[in-house]
Every structure is written in structure tokens, then in C-alpha cells.
Design a binder for this molecule. Sequence first.
Ligand SMILES: Cc1cn([C@H]2C[C@H](O)[C@@H](COP(=O)(O)OP(=O)(O)O[C@H]3O[C@H](C)C(=O)[C@H](O)[C@H]3O)O2)c(=O)[nH]c1=O
Length: 190
Amino acid sequence: MDVEHTALEGVVILTPARHADARGFFSESWNRARMAALGLDHDFVQDNHSLSRAAGTVRGLHFQRPPHAQAKLVRCGRGSLLDIAVDIRKGSPTYGQWASAVLTAENGRQLLIPEGFLHGFVTLEDETEIIYKCSDYYAPDCDAAVRFDDPDIGIDWQLGDAAPVLSAKDAAAPLLREIESPFIFKGSRP
Ligand SMILES: Cc1cn([C@H]2C[C@H](O)[C@@H](COP(=O)(O)OP(=O)(O)O[C@H]3O[C@H](C)C(=O)[C@H](O)[C@H]3O)O2)c(=O)[nH]c1=O
């Protein structure tokens, strides 16, 4: 499996091996022992899968507050998307900074996002499906969001002049500076 680190500590781009043959390919999209051997283990308990019909759909920037904070392992099942992580760990040297990866059904790339980060994505083509593992269960009372277009974060969503397809919840989300992040930076991983 190929492992590519990003500017955000703990946010990692993974590309599992694909075994191609005349029928197509086979890939172990997640192997807990292999992730543990890389020091990237998380106790995932829930798989999510969503379909976005139109290119230019933005979902995010979301997180769940403790005690139900979630690490996520994100991949694209159909189409293509730009996946985004934003560091909101207070005291982090990269607080408010973002990292991205283009995930497509073709490239098989995945983005690992630890607890303490916002997650969002924009679809790059119609009929895009995202599939991702979460390290805690859905907890609506802990569900939280930050504006996708927060100028202090300054994400390039590659939308050009087009307005995104956005949920009412996401359109009404606060700016990062308007929330109190519940996450504290604990220094580099051991
Ligand atoms: C997240 C979630 C949602 N739902 C229900 C609640 C709503 O009835 C419906 C749509 O929920 P929402 O509009 O929050 O879905 P997204 O906008 O795709 O939100 C997700 O998108 C960003 C990118 C994420 O990383 C999070 O997993 C999550 O916030 O699914 C569930 O039943 N279980 C769940 O785990």
C-alpha cells in the first residue's frame, strides 16, 4: 500500500494495491492489521455511503464533538471528488490549515482523517459516491459544522464561478472563529 503524508500531521493519503486481471481488479480496501503495522490503526465501527447527483455538490465542513468524535477513512466508490481535511486542534501549529486529495473510483486513493479535523468534499463529476469508515457512531447531538467557504480557512473548492449544491444546514454553518473547538493538540504522534 502506498502511503503519502500531507502537511497536516496524521492526515494521510493511502493507495491500497490493486490486483488486476482480465476481469478487472481486486483490492483489500481496508485491512486493520496492515493499518496497525503502519501505526494508522483506528477502531472503525460504522461505514457511511452517500451519493451526490451533481458535480459541484459540497458536503461539509463537518465534525462530531467528543465524546463521539470520529476519525474517518474516505474513498470514492463512483465518480470523483476533492476531499478536504481542516485541522481544528487548539494549539496545533497547523490550526485552521487544510489538506486535500483527489479521490476517484479509478485511482483508488483514500484519505485518512483523524479526530480533531473537519471533513468535507466537493464532487468533481455527476453521480459521485463516497464511502467512508468512521471510528464512532452517528451522534446527532454531537454533529457540528463550519462554513465551507470560511475565508480564514481559504479552501480552494475548484468551483470556479459556480455556486455549490449545498444543504441548508451547511449553508447556515458558522465560521471557525465563531465556534469553540473541543479539540486540543497533543503534540506529534508517538
Ligand atoms: C452523517 C449521518 C447522517 N445520517 C442521516 C441524517 C440525515 O437524515 C441524512 C443526511 O445527513 P447529512 O445531511 O448530515 O449528510 P452529509 O451532509 O453527507 O454529512 C456527512 O458529510 C460529511 C462529509 C461527513 O464527513 C459526515 O459523515 C457527515 O456530516 O443522513 C445518518 O443516519 N447517519 C450518519 O452517520
